[in-house]
Write a new protein. Structure first.
Length: 450
């Protein structure tokens, strides 16, 4: 039993094959709604082996077949056994995947997937639809950068193992760029460098073209004195010291994470752009200090971009990871009266914003990384319920978030109302992959029709 799926992408065959051969391709193509974790990526399409972690401690091992490796036409992988954890899957679930690339013309390639497996096509089709959308949009984003004159670059990144960092580093690697991960532990391979946030080494950024700074303690949690201190200390000092080093090292571009918390926790129906004034609250104060900590790089002649991020949508992390099981069980609903504005962004659109911050030399200062269509909490809840084929019947009472986050945390996180729009990106003509919330959720949860 087998299935066949295909799609045409607007890039030459050699470029498409090269994309698949680079580190990060597996991460970019793995559907985020599936309960699998990449433990090891194949280092070669000819002889490599990828290992996935599955629920219950099981493992899926995909072994590439050297006899079927014919670049840029095809490569093949099949399920294999490598220890007790992979034995049940390899015995019970046959799988052989033929990846083919047919030249349509000099600028278009048909990507063909042929899989021999007992898994029904109806189960696998959403996965391949997701893969084709990811491939098409990633290649288009890289083409825009190349047409602007951006060439292969070496980028140092903090926070590379987090939700955003994992997706972004994979995206950049598949585009032909080198990502050097700045890590706290001793470096284990050539693309890692040990970073001490309290005292970064003078040669940390040697031969680096740009820095993406994502590291920082999670803001989510009860807003106790200790939590507020940890959130602050993990951002202000480390950011300032890294910015100072970027200036001293002659880095071209410094891109730092930031947040729409800058605008305060309740601005009513006011439309907020990068020109809007700072709001009130702990997060507004934090973000203001966080962004000011980048100033040594700007003073030193480095182009600095501060990415003010909204509520990131991904089933692998953030609020959607928490809400998805609740809504799937029919226990989801609006928070309070549901009238608070939510300014959100899909994880892949956020990746594109960071990418643009790297290659678009006209971008400086704050950039709102939010979708162009903010929604009220009640609308978001209804859309998520509809995508999951459930009803949003159980509104969360006002005291609910306060039980988990404390009164201040509930006010500034769960109940925050910020109607933010991406004015700078709109002025730059930046395209969004999924500009409305329903299309975004359907893409991320595998609920899009073929």
């Amino acid at each position: 039993m087998g299935i066949e799926c295909s799609a045409i992408v607007a890039r030459p065959r050699a470029d498409v094959f090269d994309w698949f051969a680079r580190p990060g391709a597996f991460i970019r193509l793995a559907p985020p709604w599936q309960p699998a974790t990449l433990l090891a990526e194949a280092d070669s399409l000819a002889t490599g082996r990828a290992i996935l972690g599955l629920p219950g401690g099981l493992r899926w091992v995909a072994q590439h077949d050297p006899e079927q490796y014919r670049p840029p036409e095809r490569f093949v992988d099949a399920i294999a056994s490598d220890g007790p954890a992979s034995l049940p899957i390899s015995r019970l679930l046959p799988w052989r995947h033929v990846h083919e690339f047919a030249e349509v013309d000099h600028a278009h390639t048909r990507v063909i997937d042929r899989v021999q497996t007992p898994i029904p096509k109806s189960v696998l089709r959403p996965m391949f639809d997701y893969r084709y959308r990811q491939l098409t949009n990633d290649l288009a984003a890289h083409l825009r950068a190349a047409e602007s004159g951006w060439r292969p670059t070496t980028i140092a990144m903090t926070g590379a193992s987090g939700l955003v960092g994992t997706a972004l580093s994979a995206f950049l690697s598949t585009g032909g760029h080198r990502v050097v991960r700045l890590v706290r532990h001793p470096a284990q391979h050539r693309d890692e460098r040990q970073w001490d946030p309290a005292a970064p080494a003078a040669d940390l950024l040697t031969d680096i073209d740009a820095v993406i700074h994502l590291a920082g303690a999670s803001i989510a949690g009860r807003f106790t004195t200790a939590h507020r201190r940890a959130v602050t200390d993990s951002r202000i000092g480390p950011t300032r010291r890294l910015a100072e080093l970027a200036a001293a090292s002659g880095i071209d571009t410094f891109v730092s994470a930031s947040a729409i918390g800058f605008y305060g926790y309740d601005r009513g129906d006011e439309t907020l752009t990068e020109q809007s004034e700072r709001g009130d609250g702990f997060l507004a104060d934090l973000v203001d200090q966080w962004e000011n900590a980048c100033e040594p790089a700007a003073v030193g002649g480095v182009r600095v971009v501060r990415v003010r991020t909204g509520i990131v949508q991904s089933p692998r992390g953030g609020t959607l990871r928490l809400l998805r099981p609740l809504f799937t069980a029919g226990l989801g609903g609006r928070i309070g009266d549901g009238r608070q504005w939510q300014s959100w962004i899909g994880i892949d659109d956020l990746v594109d914003v960071y990418h643009r911050a790297l290659w678009d030399s006209t971008l400086r200062g704050p950039v709102n990384a939010v979708a162009p269509q903010p929604v009220r909490n009640s609308e978001y809840s209804n859309v998520l319920a509809r995508v999951l084929h459930r009803r949003a019947l159980l509104p969360v009472p006002g005291f609910g978030p306060a039980v988990l986050l404390g009164r201040q945390g509930a006010r500034e996180l769960a109940e925050a109302s910020q109607r933010v729009i991406p004015a700078r990106l709109a002025d730059a003509g930046h395209p969004f992959r999924t500009a409305d919330v329903e299309k975004t959720l359907r893409h991320l949860l595998g609920r899009t029709a073929s």
